[in-house]
Design a protein around this ligand. Structure first.
Ligand code: COA
Length: 162
């Protein structure tokens, strides 16, 4: 997949149901922090907050015109110099370079949107090799030995790295 074929579209209210289905896909639930599906009501509340609050950037990953997944940036508090990235693609879109491209493009957008941002963190489950490799290829330094939650690997990308 060429870089030009991957675009990020800012999520809109019409994406609420799609993001709910994606989030509750069994494969994604298994990778989530809580490892549990979310209720429609909780999702509605969360989704509205993310769209309205300036501490969040939510994108739909478009691959050759298809909706492939999502990438999100959550600032660690208003005015904070760091943010956390979350990314996932639905099955059928993985292993084709789309994730790496989506992370890179998302980071560019986050650094542009938040000028005081100095770094972006990712929490990766230990053993999630495609994710570790995608973040590394997108300019993240992966610190497998440094955990900030049990079983997770820490990765960080500094402003201006790529
Ligand atoms: C993690 C994810 C976003 C990566 O995106 P992707 O498009 O599949 O990854 P890419 O095709 O860009 O490949 C990234 C690297 O992983 C490697 N890779 C891809 N699939 C792999 C697999 N099944 N096993 C091992 N390595 C794999 C690629 O060869 C590439 O390595 P390189 O950069 O050293 O050449 C995607 O796989 C995904 O959504 N997975 C499920 C959800 C998830 O794990 N999210 C991340 C939570 S932290």
């Amino acid at each position: 997949m060429g870089a030009a074929d991957v675009l990020l579209r800012t999520a809109a209210p019409a994406d609420m149901e799609k993001l709910f289905c994606w989030r509750n896909d069994p494969g994604i639930v298994a990778l989530s922090g809580s490892q549990r599906p979310v209720s429609w009501q909780d999702h509605q509340t969360w989704f509205s907050k993310v769209l309205q609050n300036e501490c969040h950037l939510l994108f739909v990953v478009m691959a050759s015109g298809d909706e492939a997944g999502t990438v999100r940036f959550d600032r660690d508090g208003a005015g904070s110099s760091s943010a956390t990235v979350t990314v996932y693609l639905m099955e059928g879109f993985r292993g084709r370079g789309i994730g790496t491209e989506a992370i890179e493009r998302g980071c560019e957008k986050a650094f542009a949107a938040w000028p005081v941002l100095s770094g972006i963190k990712a929490l990766i489950r230990q053993g999630n090799e495609p994710s570790i490799r995608a973040f590394r290829s997108a300019g993240f330094a992966v610190h497998a030995e440094r955990q900030y939650a049990a079983g997770n690997t820490y990765a960080v990308r500094k402003r201006g790295v790529k």
